[in-house]
Design a binder for this molecule. Structure first.
Ligand SMILES: Nc1ncnc2c1ncn2[C@@H]1O[C@H](COP(=O)(O)OP(=O)(O)OP(=O)(O)O)[C@@H](O)[C@H]1O
Length: 195
């Protein structure tokens, strides 16, 4: 049984950490191993799709105008700007997942975490931490998806994320040094009844 709220619906899990920390890598594995247990709330973004990213699956890719309208309509539980792009998680996207009896996974960064904490979602929070900022930089470059200016912006933001994690804002911190070790810890948090 997944950890639930008083209404019997599974508590959402917020996975955060610097860009390049490995969130997508671990979440992909979690969804592959437990296809019926979790659901992704599909985020909105104004950034351009990367190769292979499909609209409505990776993100809902929208214009800045459409995004702003949703903000004004209070359609987001959280939204934030990273670099020149806006990202957000709609209230409806999270509700849809919990209604199906699935644990909603929110893959978001620091400002989003702070805003989710202001809601009554009663989420569980996991922070994925890179071993060092130097290794994070290597991984971002190795990924080959980011422009130089984006890499520098992501590294600057990473320092802030790591400082925030030191305040005890998360239920668990997983250091992604060895991928298999990180996976075991990540899985134990997300699927505690099978740990
Ligand atoms: N433990 C690890 N050892 C070595 N490389 C790793 C490890 N974990 C992830 N990587 C690699 O680091 C890169 C960044 O990982 P990933 O794309 O999953 O990060 P992310 O946190 O999802 O980033 P973003 O928030 O920008 O989407 C990828 O190329 C991935 O293969």
């Amino acid at each position: 049984m997944a950890p639930t709220n008083v209404d019997g619906k599974p508590r959402p899990i917020v996975v955060s950490g610097p860009s390049g920390a490995g969130k997508s890598t671990l979440l992909k594995r979690l969804f592959a191993d437990y296809p019926d247990r979790f659901g992704f709330s599909v985020s909105h973004t104004t950034r351009a799709p990367r190769a292979g990213e499909e609209d409505g699956i990776a993100y809902n890719f929208v214009t800045r105008e459409v995004f702003q309208k949703l903000v004004e309509d209070n359609g987001f539980i959280e939204h934030a700007q990273f670099g020149s792009n806006l990202y957000g998680t709609s209230v409806q996207a999270v509700k849809n997942v919990a209604e199906k009896g699935r644990t909603c996974i929110l893959d978001i960064e620091m400002e989003g975490v702070k805003q989710v904490k202001k809601t009554d979602l009663n989420a569980r929070y996991l922070f994925l931490q890179p071993p060092t900022v130097e290794i994070l930089e290597q991984r971002l470059r190795g990924r080959g998806t980011d422009k130089e200016e984006d890499i520098l912006a992501r590294l600057k933001q990473a320092d802030k994320e790591i400082e925030y994690a030191k305040t005890g804002a998360h239920d668990q911190i997983v250091v992604n040094d060895d991928l298999e070790k990180a996976w075991r810890e990540f899985k134990a948090f997300c699927v505690p009844d099978q740990a």
